[in-house]
Design a protein around this ligand. Structure first.
Ligand code: MAN
Length: 347
């Protein structure tokens, strides 16, 4: 059952609301923001996806070259060697390319409805060979000693998880790849459990296994071990093809509550929840049988890539979880859940 209370003002942000961040490009999509509170305001670390204005008969997209400069790649739409059936990823001569280049950009709000930019917070762009196709879907963990940002690093050789540490979102400490390929959807627990750090992550094992949620431990958040698989896809269910963690797990009296995304073979993305043991979060106490949120609103069903609700950020006040989410891979929306209601809905 869909128990999300969507904001009436949705969508809160659309591509036309911001100016492109890369010269000569246009914003194609706003997606999947990380969320945190700072100085009494709500901040979203948006994933902004850009590409050049498309010319008829061609498909053009930006990549970083070896010198770290943006270069435009063009393919002829009628080229028999091109497979452009997925608007997000195209194949040419056996190589994959992303149709847009993503980077991260901050907006803030005092009322969670109207978002603004502050020019003293510059955008974060991909850097180096492992981010030459961009950076995406950043989770923000608010920890005692700073903000820990886990995000997807994309390049022709890999999709993996990178870490950035910051105290002010101006000076960034880039730590490189902490979960090697193929991996994404990494959500850090915001406090230690029995003196260890924990993370949820999503390796993909296409030959044997699948796209499942795993948990790992670390003494320092850089080196991870003791990996265990905690949630697999379920045949014929809404989460039959892939599952992945959302934002940081939420501590409740009953356990760690994690809102995750699940997709089926038709790439329909819904949200569900997992309840993990407080003392040993590798133990799953309960899981949603049915989604707690499904793409039902117009803006969730049609867009750059329709039938998608995807969250990787929220903040919690009392019983209320306020999530910000990407709808149809194109616009940013808000919704609320009650912690109690989610826990009551779990099997
Ligand atoms: C998938 C989708 C895209 C994303 C790529 C690379 O194809 O999630 O949105 O750009 O993976 O991470």
């Amino acid at each position: 059952m869909d128990i999300a209370k969507r904001f009436q003002q949705n969508p809160l942000l659309s591509p036309a609301d911001l100016k492109p961040g890369i010269e000569g490009m246009e914003i194609t999509c706003l997606l999947n923001p990380g969320v945190f509170r700072m100085n009494g305001k709500t901040w979203l670390l948006l994933r902004v996806a850009e590409r050049p204005r498309q010319i008829e008969g061609k498909i053009s997209f930006p990549v970083y070259n070896k010198e770290g400069k943006i270069e435009i790649v063009n393919f002829d739409i009628n080229d028999p060697l091109l497979d452009a059936t997925d608007p997000r990823v195209i194949k040419y001569k056996g190589e994959n390319y992303l149709t847009t280049l993503s980077y991260l950009r901050l907006v803030y709000s005092k009322d969670d409805i109207h978002f603004h930019e502050n020019p003293s917070y510059p955008p974060f762009f991909g850097e180096g060979a492992l981010e030459s196709f961009g950076i995406e879907d950043c989770r923000v963990a608010t920890m005692d000693d700073g903000y820990y940002l886990t995000y997807t690093e994309v390049s022709p050789v890999a999709v993996g998880v990178g870490l950035i540490i910051t105290n002010d979102f101006k000076k960034l400490e880039r730590k490189g790849m902490i979960f090697p390929p193929h991996n994404k959807d990494c959500a850090l627990f915001e406090e230690k459990i029995n003196n260890r750090y924990y993370a949820l992550h999503r390796p993909s094992s296409p030959e044997l296994g699948g796209n499942y949620i795993w948990i790992a431990e670390s003494p320092d958040r850089l080196h991870w071990g003791n990996h265990r698989c905690i949630a697999v896809t379920r045949e014929n269910a809404w989460d039959s093809a892939r599952v992945g963690a959302g934002g940081p797990p939420i501590k409740t009296a009953e356990g760690w509550l994690e809102i995750y995304h699940g997709a089926n073979a038709h790439h329909r993305y819904c949200l569900g929840a997992l309840l993990l043991d407080l003392d040993d979060p590798s133990k799953v106490l309960a899981r949603s049988e049915e989604p707690i949120m499904e793409p039902t609103a117009d803006y969730e069903q049609t867009g750059f890539f329709g039938n998608v609700v995807f969250t990787n950020g929220h903040y919690v006040v009392g019983d209320t979880i306020r999530i910000f989410y990407g709808a149809s891979d194109e616009v940013i929306c808000g919704a609320e859940f009650s912690v109690r209601e989610i826990i009551n809905s779990l099997q």
